[in-house]
Design a protein around this ligand. Structure first.
Ligand code: CDT
Length: 303
């Protein structure tokens, strides 16, 4: 029996450095409404969806850095997105920079939330694999300071019952690590969301630039097939403050095939009616119960 879930992937075009949260939220709401018109039950937004991707700049002043982060979710500027989603009865996934006070300490994470059709938060994820560098590299055309501005996530790769299936999240660089997908699959994820900000140019390895799109597709399609799950990859794309970013927002089936893909470098919603049961069918085909066992590999995995 199929389990239908209509999913939207809401790609963001560039966000300028001085664009306000409210202006960005309006853009996200426009895509949410479009998703509702097209029958989506859930719409996924990208990584750090509320601002320009600030790890591309060297920021020394702590107060200035903090302004790129959300201290509450929802907060005053994001509440309209939650309200509109609840009004439309549609869920969403949102990536954002999170500033939390934990153990009396200020902590910064690259995070995402999964929100139900009632506007309530179902799940929270913090990016595990942080790319880039800590120090200023003034000779590079742009920075990649995620290792400076964020801490590694401390929530693991949880999964949740949501939208008629088991759902997980990872964020951008997490997609390049088989362990991320494996943990999600061991947690039973049948569908996973992954937002990304991926520059087309790799400053220290320019001879790899032409492989950026290939490596992205390779990760998404192989991860979907090797773990029998749907993957919804959502880009921040276009030329953002001088950094050209990959598009190719796509919905990939557990067969590894691309079911839907964006064709622009702007705000664009793509939609696909996913049969979540296809994940279970591939797992039956490969006899996951018998064959996918962490102890085969000496792995310690919670699932
Ligand atoms: N945001 C993010 O994680 N970006 C990285 C850039 C890495 S450069 C190889 C990514 O994996 O796409």
């Amino acid at each position: 029996m199929p389990r239908w879930l209509t999913v939207g992937a809401a790609q963001s075009g560039p966000i300028s450095r001085d664009e306000s949260r409210s202006e960005v939220v309006d853009r996200l709401i426009a895509m949410l409404r479009e998703g509702h018109k097209q029958g989506c039950q859930v719409v996924a937004f990208t990584e750090v969806a509320l601002t320009a991707f600030f790890p591309h700049w060297w920021i020394e002043d702590e107060e200035e850095l903090d302004r790129w982060f959300e201290t509450e979710m929802p907060g005053p500027e994001t509440q309209p997105l939650f309200d509109e989603a609840a009004r439309l009865g549609i869920g969403f996934q949102l990536g954002y920079a999170e500033l939390a006070i934990e153990d009396g300490k200020k902590r910064r994470f690259n995070s995402s939330v999964l929100v139900g059709a009632d506007g309530e938060i179902i799940g929270h994820f913090r990016k595990m694999h942080l790319p880039g560098h800590i120090e200023h590299r003034p000779h590079n055309p742009f920075q990649n300071l995620e290792q400076r501005y964020f801490e590694r996530g401390n929530l693991g790769f949880p999964t949740w019952e949501a939208f008629g299936g088991r759902v997980g999240m990872c964020i951008c660089n997490d997609r390049r690590w088989p362990e991320s997908w494996r943990m999600l699959a061991l947690g039973g994820a049948e569908l996973a969301f992954c937002g990304y900000n991926t520059p087309e140019h790799i400053p220290e390895h320019p001879h790899m630039d032409h492989l950026t799109a290939f490596h992205h597709q390779l990760c998404m399609q192989s991860a979907a097939y090797l773990n029998s799950l749907w993957i919804v990859g959502v880009a921040k794309t276009g030329v953002e403050e001088g950094v050209s970013q990959l598009g190719l927002t796509s919905i990939v089936t557990p067969s590894g095939q691309i079911a839907a893909q964006a064709s622009t470098l702007e705000d664009e919603l793509i939609v696909h009616r996913c049969d979540v049961e296809l994940s279970a069918e591939y797992r039956r085909l490969f006899k996951y119960e018998r064959n996918r066992r962490p102890e085969f590999y000496g792995l310690i995995a919670s699932h």
